[in-house]
Design a protein around this ligand. Structure first.
Ligand SMILES: [Zn+2]
Length: 703
C-alpha cells in the first residue's frame, strides 16, 4: 500500500486521475461571441504576424489551451496572451527551469503539511483526539490549483507548454526527449480546473473512509465456534489485510482448516454487513460468526490494556457503514466530473491517470483469469494439499517457501530481531546490501528514509521535494515486530527505496516518481518477495524459483478478479447515482458473486460466495485495486530483467530513476519490452512443466 497525505490526495486527483493525460479542453459550444474563445482566431493571427511561421504550432496550441480554461473573472484573455506568449528560446528555457524548481517546492512543502495534519491519524502517537479527525480531513493545498489559475501562473504554463492527449503520448511517447516529457508533465497538471470546494470534499470523504478502515479490527481470540476459541489471546487483525494473511498462514497450522473456515465467515459477514456492529474492534465481546450470536466476554478472557469498549452484548448488524463510506467517495468524485470534460467520470480519470486504457487493463486481467494455465496450477495445488480445492484456496500460499515455517516460528525470529522500530530502521543498510545494493547506495537510502510507528498495517509515504524524506510507517507490537508486520515493512521499504531514487536521482523533478501505482507496487513486490531470504531462512534455487512463479501466478489470478469487481462496482454506482447504502451493498454482493461464479467457482467451488468484495481498498482507495494485478505483471517483467542483469541493486536504481513516463516507455527502458502478461504466463507454463524437478510438498499439511 502506498499512502497519500491529504496534499497527495490532491496531487493524486490531479496526477493519477487524468491531469497528465487530458488533451486541451475545447471551449464549450462557442456561443459566447464576447468570450475569449471568440478572440482566439484574431489573437493567433496577431501573434503569427509578430513571431513568424516557425512559432505557428506553439501559438495555435497555446492560445487554445488558455482560452479553454479562461473564465470571465480572470480578466482580458487577449491582453494576457499578448504579454505572456514566449517566443525567445532562452526565455522559454529559463521559464521552464524556474517553474520546475517552484513546483518542486510547492508540492514538496504541501505534502509535508498534509503529512503533519495526518500524523496523529497515521502514526501511533497515543489515543486519537476528536480534533485529529478534523485535521486529517483538512487539505491545505485544496485551493492551490485554483490559486495558480487566478494568479495566472497556470496560464503561463498553458500558453507556452503543450498539453497532450493520452493517445498522443501512447503513439509518440517513445520519441519524446526527457525535456519534452518534463514539459508534458508540467502542462498536464493544468488540463482541468476543479473548484477547491470539490477537491476538499474528495479529500474529506477519502480520509473518513480511511479512518473507518484503519479501525476495523477483529479480536480473534473472541471468535467462538461452538464455544471454542481457536485463536490466541491478543491477536487483533485489521480487515482485510491481516485476516487474509492469517488465513494464508493457517495452512501451516494443525487447526488450519477450522481457523480458515472461521475467517471466511467473518469476511462474509463484513461484505454482507451482517457483522454485529458491536464486535468491531471490541475485545470485550465474544462473537460466534456462524450463529452470529454475541455475548459479553468473561473477564478472564479479556486481554490486558485493551481499548475501552462497551461490553453490552448487542447483535445489531453494522448499518451498511462500509457502503456508506464507498458511496460518499463516489458522490465526492462525481462532483468533479463536470470540470473534467475529457475524462468525465472517476473511472475514466483512473485509467487516464494510469495511462493504460480501461479496455487494455480489463483485457490483461481477463487474459489471466481465463488462462488455460489456471486449471493446471489448480491441479498441482490439489496434489500438494491432498484434497480437492475449497473457497479459501483462493489465498493458497503453499507455493511460498515460508509456509515451511509456522507463523509463530517466524514471529519469534522477527520479534527478536526487531524489538522496536528503531531496530528495524538501524537494519535498513544491512537489508539493502543483502539485496545487492552497494554500501554507498544503502547508506544513501537509509539516511533518506524516516521510520515511524504506524496505526494501521503499515504504509509508505513519499516525499515530493529534495531535502524532504520518504516515510516508512510500520506497526511494531509491544513484544516486537511480528512476521506480518515485518513482511509489510519490507514491502513498504521497497516503496521507499523507489521513492528516494525517483526523487533524488531523476534528471527532472517534474518526472519524479514512476508511471503509476502499479509500478511502485511492482517494485515493492520485488522487495517483499525476498523477505525470508533477508531473515536468512531460504536462498533461491531452481525449485524455489518455480514456486515463486507459481505463487505469483496464483496471486495475480486472485486479485485480477477482485480488481474487476472494483471496476464493475464503480460502473454500477455511475449507473445508479442515487443509490442508498443498502442498495450498493446488494449490488456489491451480486457483482462479487457473479465474478466468483464466472471465474472462480469452476476451480474452487463455493457457488455464490461473496469473498471478492472483502478488500478494504475498495472502500478507502477507490479504483486502486487494478494496480495490484498490473503490479504483479510488471513485477514479473522487472524480476526477469533483474535476473538477466544479475543484481537487484543497480537495476532497481536504474529503473527507478527513469521517472514518470508512460508505462510502456518506462518498461521498454526497464526491461526491453512494453507491459504484458506474456512473461508471467510463459514462465508459469515453464514452471508447470518442471517434470521430475517439479516442487514437492515440503511436508504433508498437518490437520
Ligand atoms: Zn504497496
Amino acid at each position: 500500500m502506498l499512502r497519500s497525505t491529504a496534499a497527495m490526495l490532491l496531487l493524486a486527483a490531479l496526477e493519477l486521475s487524468g491531469c497528465k493525460s487530458a488533451p486541451p479542453v475545447r471551449p464549450a459550444g462557442g456561443e459566447a461571441p464576447m468570450g475569449p474563445a471568440a478572440q482566439a482566431g484574431p489573437l493567433k493571427q496577431e501573434l503569427l504576424a509578430k513571431y513568424g511561421d516557425s512559432q505557428r504550432e506553439r501559438i495555435e496550441r497555446g492560445v487554445d489551451q488558455v482560452v479553454s480554461l479562461w473564465r470571465p473573472t480572470d480578466g482580458d484573455a487577449g491582453e494576457y496572451i499578448r504579454a505572456h506568449f514566449i517566443a525567445d528560446p532562452l526565455l522559454l528555457d529559463a521559464t521552464f527551469v524556474r517553474l520546475e524548481a517552484t513546483f518542486e517546492q510547492l508540492d514538496g512543502h504541501f505534502l509535508e503539511i498534509g503529512r503533519e495534519l495526518r500524523r496523529p491519524s497515521d502514526v501511533d502517537v497515543g489515543p486519537l483526539l476528536p480534533v485529529d479527525r478534523l485535521m486529517a480531513g483538512l487539505d491545505a493545498s485544496a485551493h492551490l490549483t485554483e490559486d495558480l489559475f487566478q494568479s495566472k501562473i497556470a496560464f503561463e504554463v498553458l500558453l507556452n507548454f503543450p498539453l497532450t492527449s493520452l493517445q498522443e503520448r501512447l503513439s509518440r511517447g517513445a520519441g519524446y526527449s526527457r525535456r519534452q516529457w518534463a514539459e508534458i508533465r508540467l502542462a498536464n497538471r493544468f488540463s482541468r480546473r476543479i473548484p477547491p470546494e470539490v477537491q476538499q470534499q474528495i479529500a474529506k470523504s477519502a480520509s473518513d473512509a480511511e479512518l473507518y478502515i484503519a479501525q476495523y479490527n477483529i479480536w480473534m481470540h473472541h471468535l467462538l465456534v461452538g464455544g471454542e476459541r481457536l485463536f490466541p489471546r491478543g491477536l487483533r487483525l485489521i480487515s482485510h489485510w491481516n485476516l487474509r494473511d492469517e488465513l494464508k498462514a493457517d495452512y501451516a497450522d494443525p487447526r488450519g482448516p477450522d481457523k480458515q473456515a472461521q475467517i471466511l465467515r467473518v469476511m462474509e459477514r463484513i461484505v454482507t454487513q451482517t457483522i454485529p456492529a458491536a464486535v468491531i474492534d471490541n475485545p470485550r465481546l465474544d462473537w460466534d460468526p456462524g450463529a452470529n450470536s454475541v455475548i459479553a466476554a468473561p473477564a478472564g478472557e479479556v486481554e490486558e490494556e485493551v481499548p475501552n469498549r462497551d461490553d453490552k452484548a448487542r447483535a445489531a448488524p453494522e448499518p451498511n457503514t462500509r457502503y456508506a463510506k464507498l458511496l460518499s467517495n463516489f458522490q465526492a468524485a462525481k462532483k468533479a466530473d463536470p470540470y473534467s470534460p475529457i475524462a468525465p467520470t472517476e473511472i475514466a480519470r483512473s485509467f487516464e491517470g494510469r495511462e493504460i486504457p480501461e479496455e487494455r487493463v480489463v483485457a490483461l486481467l481477463t487474459e489471466i483469469l481465463t488462462s488455460p494455465l489456471v486449471p493446471k496450477v489448480a491441479a498441482l495445488i490439489e496434489k500438494r494439499l491432498g484434497r480437492s480445492l475449497r473457497v479459501q484456496d483462493l489465498w493458497y500460499n503453499g507455493f511460498q517457501p515460508r509456509s515451511k515455517h509456522p507463523e509463530n516460528e517466524l514471529d519469534a525470529i522477527t520479534r527478536k530481531r526487531y524489538p522496536n522500530r528503531e531496530a528495524f530502521a538501524k537494519d535498513i543498510p544491512r537489508i539493502l546490501q543483502k539485496l545487492g545494493f552497494t554500501k554507498q547506495q544503502a547508506d544513501f537510502v537509509a539516511s533518506h528514509v524516516v521510520v515511524d510507528p504506524s496505526r494501521g498495517a503499515g504504509h509508505a509515504l513519499q516525499a515530493a521535494r529534495r531535502g524532504d524524506f520518504p516515510h516508512l510507517r510500520t506497526r511494531v507490537e509491544k513484544d516486537g515486530m511480528n512476521y506480518k508486520g515485518y513482511n509489510i515493512a519490507i514491502h513498504e521499504l521497497g516503496h521507499n527505496v523507489e521513492q528516494v531514487f525517483s526523487l533524488y536521482e531523476v534528471d527532472h523533478t517534474l518526472l519524479a516518481g514512476v508511471p503509476n501505482n502499479a509500478f511502485t507496487e511492482a517494485l515493492a513486490f520485488v522487495f517483499q518477495a525476498r523477505d525470508l531470504e533477508l531473515l536468512g531462512l531460504s536462498k533461491p534455487d531452481p525449485a524455489a524459483e518455480r514456486l515463486r512463479v507459481l505463487n505469483d501466478f496464483w496471486q495475480t489470478w486472485e486479485i485480477a478478479g477482485v480488481a474487476l469487481v472494483d471496476i464493475a462496482v464503480w460502473h454500477w454506482m455511475y449507473d445508479h447515482p442515487n443509490a442508498e447504502p443498502a442498495e450498493l451493498r446488494d449490488a456489491v454482493v451480486q457483482i462479487a458473486k457473479e465474478h466468483w461464479n464466472k471465474f472462480y467457482a469452476p476451480v474452487l467451488g463455493g457457488q455464490d460466495t461473496v469473498l471478492l468484495g472483502i478488500y478494504s481498498h475498495m472502500i478507502s482507495y477507490p479504483l486502486y485495486l487494478p494496480d495490484y494485478p498490473l503490479g504483479h505483471l510488471i513485477a514479473f517483467q522487472i524480476e526477469e530483467q533483474v535476473k538477466k542483469a544479475g543484481a537487484l541493486g543497480p537495476e532497481f536504481e536504474r529503473m527507478a530513476k527513469y521517472g514518470s513516463v508512460t508505462p510502456d516507455v518506462w518498461m521498454v527502458n526497464a526491461a526491453g519490452s512494453p507491459v504484458s502478461a506474456e512473461p508471467l504466463l510463459r514462465a508459469t507454463e515453464k514452471a508447470l512443466s518442471g517434470g521430475d524437478e517439479a516442487p514437492r510438498p515440503p511436508k504433508r499439511q498437518r490437520g
